[in-house]
Ligand binder design. Sequence first.
Ligand code: HEC
Length: 161
Amino acid sequence: MGIAVLVIFWVVVGILVVGVAMSATKKPNDEEGRSRVGTAVFGLGVAVLIVVGLAVLPAWILVDNTDADAKTVGGVHLNDAQVHGRELFAANCAQCHTLRASNAIGETGPNLDTLRPKAALVLDAIKNGRARGGMGQMPAGLLAGDDAKDVASYVQAVAGR
Ligand code: HEC
């Protein structure tokens, strides 16, 4: 989206510059004085546009992109709680679980992209832990309260995407 804005912006500037160059050559002699002032004013306008194009637009697009990267994962838009949950997942869960949205490749526990657990199941696993006698165990109480809820909400939103 940002790139499209930038391209359209420069195309418009280009058309304006070509347009003025062509109209300047067509002006009859008696209008030369007026057209020179007009060209000067126009030149100033183009200069301002170029400054906007070089400085303001790229900065704006950068800010825009940072925001998009932080909040949209695998096409899922995350709310603030889920963004928080994502940070907690990286610190507390990623070493044991695979979850593509977090670039997590842990293998001790089940692959969450395959399991696609509902938030309630995630909350229960965090609260009570898991030790069904398989190859690994998940300790109980890794997180509590809102932290646990945020991770559960995040996992439900992104698992399998
Ligand atoms: C030390 C490794 C480890 C960590 C850290 C860990 N898990 Fe687990 N997790 C496991 C294992 C092993 C299992 C399966 C255990 C079993 O079934 O006996 C499991 C199971 C699960 C399940 C499936 C529960 C079910 O009933 O099928 C979910 C959901 C889960 N973990 C989420 C999380 C979340 C969220 C975190 C971070 C807060 C986390 N895990 C941290 C190892 C871990």
